[in-house]
Design a protein around this ligand. Sequence first.
Ligand code: MN
Length: 432
Amino acid sequence: MTANFEIEQDFIADQNKAKNDWLVEDLAYLEKKLGRRNIAVDTLIKKAQAFQVAVPSWGVGTGGTRFARFPEPGEPRGIYEKLEDCSTINKLVRSTSAVSLHIPWDKPDDAGDLVRTAEQYGLTFDAMNSNTFQDQPGQKESYKYGSLSHAEASVRQQAVEHNIECIEIGKKVGSKALTVWVGDGSNFAGQSNFRNSLERYIESMREVYAAVPDDWRLFIEHKLYEPAFYSSVINDWGTSYICAKELGDKASCLVDLGHHAPNVNIEQIVSRLIQFQKLGGFHFNDSKYGDDDLDAGSVKPFQLFLIFNELVDAELNSLPGFDPSYMLDQSHNVTDPIESLVTSSIEISRAYIQAHLVDREKLIEAQVAGDAISALATLKAAFTTDVSAILAAARERDGGAIDPIETYRKSGYRSRKAKERPAQLGISAGIV
Ligand SMILES: [Mn+2]
């Protein structure tokens, strides 16, 4: 397919040999420990193997802040090189086989060729992401004062048409969803009329919705603030829920963990959306202060676990309409993006498997008895169980690495890519 450097399967297998002894030991320990509760380790390994989280095309480039961007050597210079990096991540962890495209950054010249390349890597395409938060070269109207909610009909029309174009590209690459996030909002009190802005947004989204195929889903992503610092049009999950409900069954809400006020109870929001069948999916990342887009589980791993506690509860109860789409959405300045995405995908799988360890009968008993100490202890017992060996075994069974970061570093992938991909000026990674 390409003469470019790839991490070979044999290399991964070779690296795994050195780690196999500890894996066997740790699994034996977990088998004993979890066996006391009649939980089969093998069942959990299979669950970890089946669990997938998509990676965003923009995640393999170095992100930035409002101040500066420090490009990584060997950064991908276009969608084909981004796929190469996404494939490398999936080879190591085997749980990230779908890639989410962002238009226009990833607009393919030849969609058929892009699909064939992805197939050769064993990758598919996840949700399409539209972009009406920045102006593109040659664009007729400006999004400076909004897009789908803009006061001028011509700007709204342009934004609607862009979203429809994303759907059309998505159809060609086999995507089944469109995620719409708008930067629309205001920076000053009085700058915009809250009610009219939302009304215009909904009217525009009705046109987008009409173009969404019946077997697709339309995800609405809310965000409290930034780039608008006084108000945003789709500011919270309530607004997102109302819009999704207005639009119809194909529309649902997407929860980006960084898009809430500090200390908001995100797991409860997730529960509400599950209950009313409007949980579309997630953009996973972590944050300390705002939309920091740090690696998933790096700041608040217990919160991530509690979110998965709700998700696994819905899974085990086979709740109607429950089929969330999982994606990583992170981008920052100080790590190799491949290492960050590898680490985050593992943390997402970890939270998922840990949530499967919750003794749900005991939890319900504690809740009914009003026994808060026992309820929390039940959750903590799951959260404090180290399931690393289960995740490693799942990766190994699928041909991935027992220790993905060490394997990646020893492969020399980054320095090989630095030679293959001389730096280009003006590459922009996006943050959504
Ligand atoms: Mn996002």
